[in-house]
Each structure stands twice: as C-alpha cells, then as structure tokens.
Design a protein around this ligand. Structure first.
Ligand code: MRU
Length: 352
C-alpha cells in the first residue's frame, strides 16, 4: 500500500525556529499559515481551532513546549522547566476535552526535567518524535482497521479525523484511506458536523486533495441512510477514551452510534495510545468543552435565522463503550471494549 499517494496534507510544520500552522478556520477557501514563535501563540492557535483534532493539538502543544523552553537561558532541562512552568500550564489548558494535549505537554515536561546541557536539541527532538510516532501509529491503525471491513464496504465518518487532525494520514480517516487503497471500501459518507463543519469544510476538502470521492450528508441523515441499508460501518476518531472504554468525540458521534446499534451497523473507533486516559474511570469524568453560541447563530460571520435567546453548544459527547464494536489502536484491536479489556491492553486504572 503506497500511503504517500493518498496522503498529501500536513497541518503542522516545524521550520527553523517556529511552528507553521495551516489555519483550519480558513479552509477550504484559503490555505493560510499562521506562524507561531511563542508558546502563547500556539495556545491561542489551539484555542481558536486554527489547529484542531486531538492528536494534532497534542503535537502543537509539544512544539509549544519547545518554543517556551527555547526562549529561556538555562544550563539544564530542569532549570528551563522551572522557568516555563506557568506557560506550560496555560498551554495544556488551551482546550479541555482531548487528553492528547495534556499527555504531550506532560511527556515533554518529564523529558525536559531529565535533560542535561544539550537540552535545547533534545527537547526539539522530543517534539519531533511525538509527531513521527503519531504518523507511524496512524499507518498501523489504518492497516488494522481496514482489515476489519467487509469487501465493498460503505462507511460513514463524522468530524475530521484525517491528516489535518493528526501528524498525517489520520485515525478514522486513515482507516478509510487504507480501505480505499486496498479496495475494501466502495463508498464514503461524511457528515457535515454542525456547528463548526469539520466534515463539509475539512474532510471533504482533504479527501479531494488525495483523489478520494466522498458524499456529504447532514448529520441528521445518518439514521435514514442506515435504515435504507446504505451503511456497513461508522468509523470515527476520539478525543479521549476512558478506562471503561467510553469515548468522548465530536458532538453527534453518540447519535450516529445509537442509530448504528438500532440498524446492526458496526461502530469502529480509531485512536492512538495518546488518546487513552486510564486515569478517568468513565465518560462521566470528562470535561466537555462548551463553545460560543455564535457557532450556531452565525455562518461565515453572517447571522442566520432569528436571534436565539439562549444557545447551548457542547462540542463533544460521550459514546458508551457498549455501543462500540471495535476500538482500533496502534497496539492492536479491542473487540467490544470494556474495563477489563482496556486494563489488559493499557494497564490498570490510574497507572499511567
Ligand atoms: O473540535 P475538534 O475539531 O478538535 O474535534 C475533533 C474531533 O472530535 C475528532 O474526531 C477527534 O479529535 C479525533 S481526530 C483524529
């Protein structure tokens, strides 16, 4: 399988001494790059969704640590870490739900703590490792997930879980790329993903870049498609997966999963180890990000419909483990995940 031919988009590039971020707020109309030279610029890029998607914000966070550390004079990694501690706290709080951001900043913290006089090169290499490990994990998950699909599969995906949301290739969209490359997938449906439109703006654009045709649907059409027998599998990513297998992902994922259960359609969640949170027992313990009501009341800066008195805009939901048929990670596939299987794969609760 030649992955390069079906994977051309990259959201984050480290260039000389700055991080270049493909601004996802402007896609698909403009390919504009934000230049981040400080960790607070990286935190802002994450907060405003210029870079989004759980693994991508983890990688951006890791480079944010590099920028913070490189701005200080210090003889050792531990000295540098002391000087940047408050910046790192702000960085890891730029968004609350995806655990990858906190995971990446913590990993960078503990590596920096142990570094000696060559910490400047070391900390950059550590961020680059997080990026390249993510790409390798996506290739592996792509192969594993595609093997689970029936021949001629018709699949539905939600949000954007592709190259734009990761180091490259994608998680759920990586499985779809691999399934297209090996001829397993015959049809891709992408739901538009209200309100931020990650599906219609990002997934459709990204697949077009790679010559993969996809059919756009409104989020609420998925149950109808399944009722018509048009979907064999729902394939989604995750922002956090708890010790009992509950999955936090883009708002609307739970509705797709419930419809899938009602119609005997398989649900596949695809996520790397950096998305696993064994310290959180169940989905009830996950902070769900709330975003401004203007995401619902405005489109492209224009107000639509009547002025809403009140808007409630949770941007993630929790899909209970019982709704999930396959959890695909780079370590392997868990069928019908539950607390015991998660512990066997990732270690017991709170041990990470
Ligand atoms: O708000 P977003 O666009 O960052 O939400 C992204 C998602 O929910 C993705 O499905 C998830 O992060 C997995 S991306 C590989």
């Amino acid at each position: 399988m030649n992955f390069e031919q079906v994977d051309r988009v990259r959201p984050l590039l480290w260039q000389d001494n700055h991080l270049s971020v493909l601004d996802q707020r402007e896609l698909p109309h403009r390919q504009n790059h934000l230049i981040c030279r400080t960790s607070s610029q990286v935190a802002e890029a994450i907060h405003v969704l210029a870079v989004r998607g759980a693994p991508a914000i983890g990688i951006a966070g890791a480079f944010g640590v590099v920028l913070a550390a490189h701005a200080v004079q210090a003889d050792s990694g531990a000295d540098a870490l002391r000087a940047i501690d408050s910046e790192l706290m702000a960085l890891e709080q730029a968004r609350p739900t995806a655990v990858n951001l906190r995971w990446a900043v913590q990993r960078m913290r503990s590596l920096l703590q142990g570094m000696g006089s060559d910490w400047r090169e070391g900390i950059l290499r550590a961020a680059q490792d997080i990026q390249s490990e993510d790409l390798a994990a996506n290739h592996r998950m792509g192969r594993l997930g595609a093997e689970l699909l029936p021949e001629g599969a018709r699949v539905l995906t939600h949000c954007n879980t592709g190259s734009l949301a990761t180091a490259g290739f994608g998680t759920a969209l990586g499985v779809i790329r691999a399934g297209i490359a090996n001829g397993r997938i015959a049809k891709v449906y992408a739901s538009e993903t209200r309100p931020w439109l990650q599906g219609s703006r990002l997934t459709i654009w990204e697949l077009l870049q790679d010559g993969i045709p996809a059919t756009l649907i409104v989020d609420s059409a998925s149950a109808y498609l399944m009722q018509q027998g048009l979907v064999d599998a729902v394939i989604v990513g995750a922002d956090r997966i708890c010790a009992n297998g509950d999955v936090a992902n883009k708002i609307g994922t739970y509705a797709h999963a419930l419809a899938a259960k009602a119609h005997g359609v398989k649900v596949m969640v695809v996520a790397p180890g950096s998305t696993i949170d064994m310290a959180t027992a169940s989905g009830a313990g996950i902070a769900i990000e709330q975003r401004p009501g203007t995401e619902l009341t405005h489109i492209g800066g224009a107000e639509i419909g009547a002025k809403a008195a009140e808007v409630y805009n949770p941007v993630f939901d929790i899909t209970p483990a019982a709704c999930i048929d396959f959890l695909v990670t780079e370590k392997g596939v868990i069928t019908a995940p539950d607390a015991a299987k998660m512990a066997a794969f990732f270690g017991p609760l709170s041990s990470r």
